[in-house]
Design a binder for this molecule. Structure first.
Ligand SMILES: [Zn+2]
Length: 363
């Protein structure tokens, strides 16, 4: 059966967001199974795990994440989960912890609970894990049997995280509608193995409208470490709308240009969402978007502090050869840039990157 001819959309089982729902985590673990393995990132291990240990989770197995989502780390945690007879896998941390735990749950056939501690990416809701090599470079994408059973997002935790992470999440969320629109127009395949549904396209648009309207107020809330309605809206956009949007509508040029940008070592210390945001800017020119829209996106990036120049993602005075290296990476045969309805060539990608980088110079 070739599912690519069907429209398809996939979702997490349940999504909970607000100030304080982490207190109900022991209860949720009890609803889903009998024993949990809880994998925590560095700061979660220090700040959240002690609280959980005092809240009735004595039976759970707590494991510190080793810092990278590799096959070795997945195997290590899978062995522990099997040995300790855990039937629930809980991720407490950022995107890499989340992707690792989703894979562990996949291999141990456990229920999955995702507790993101930052809103910098759209990993929490999806049925995809991005696997890296031991040296930290991209290895492959693992498609999982199902989306997480529960995504539990405590906005008080997100508000205490560094604001740059929330802003990076907005960069990732900024790409969602542009990529969805490209996939819908070109009838390209989404990440759920089918065609984009109207529902996913509408969510992607809502994602865009939400960050444009509330993005800078949300960043301000996060700087002040307070939960406000604007912050709640942007957390939902960065996590739920962006997650459902990218997975069930599809990816296109912004993520491919991101992948191409990672070919240049200077970009490695910048967040995924920051590089994706620059991919969106280049994509505006690649897709010949109207001037009004281009201005709106640049104004948004400047208002929240997302990059609008290559120098802001570590690329200073790139040579033609550097940019062709980026374009070659972006235009690899397996890349989602081919979902764009417009003509794609390496030369057009290089020109779009140059135009995006220079756009504000003349303003
Ligand atoms: Zn992304």
């Amino acid at each position: 059966m070739d599912s690519t001819i069907f429209q398809s959309a996939i979702f997490p089982g349940r999504y909970i967001q607000g100030a304080g729902p982490i207190n109900a985590l022991p209860e949720w673990i009890g609803k889903f199974g009998t024993r949990a393995i809880i994998v925590a990132g560095k700061s979660a291990m220090k700040e959240i795990v002690p609280l959980l240990k005092n809240s009735g989770l004595h039976d759970a197995v707590f494991e510190a994440f080793n810092g990278e989502c590799t096959e070795k780390e997945i195997d290590r945690l899978t062995a522990i989960a099997r040995r300790e007879q855990c039937d629930v896998a809980v991720a407490l941390g950022g995107g890499k912890v989340i992707d690792t735990v989703k894979a562990v749950a996949h291999f141990t056939e456990s229920r999955t609970i995702i507790v993101p501690t930052i809103a910098s990416n759209d990993a929490p809701c999806s049925a995809i894990s991005v696997i890296y090599t031991e040296s930290g470079s991209f290895d492959h994408v693992l498609h999982l049997k199902q989306n997480p059973n529960l995504v539990l997002l405590d906005s008080e935790i997100i508000a205490r995280a560094p604001v740059r992470l929330l802003i990076a999440g907005m960069g990732d969320a900024l790409s969602t509608w542009f990529e969805a629109d490209a996939c819908f127009t070109a009838s390209a395949q989404n990440e759920a193995g089918g065609h984009c549904t109207l529902s996913a396209l509408a969510l992607a648009r809502l994602c865009y409208d939400t960050i444009i309207e509330y993005g800078s107020a949300a960043a301000e809330s996060c700087r002040l470490k307070v939960v406000t309605p604007a912050l709640e809206k942007v957390i939902e956009a960065n996590t739920l709308m962006s997650g459902l949007g990218f997975e069930s509508a599809g990816l296109a040029s912004a993520h491919s240009i991101h992948n191409g940008l990672t070919q240049l070592a200077g970009t490695h210390s910048y967040f995924h969402g920051e590089k994706v945001a620059f991919g969106v800017l280049a994509g505006l020119f690649l897709a010949n978007r109207p001037a009004k829209m281009i201005d709106e996106v640049y104004a948004f990036c400047q208002s929240v502090g997302l990059p609008v120049r290559l120098a802001q993602i570590g690329i200073i005075d790139p040579t033609e050869e550097d940019l062709y290296k980026v374009a070659a990476g972006a235009c690899a045969p397996e890349e989602s840039i081919w979902h764009e309805p417009s003509e794609i060539t390496q030369k057009r990608v290089v020109e779009s990157i140059r135009r995006a980088d220079g756009y504000l110079k003349g303003k």
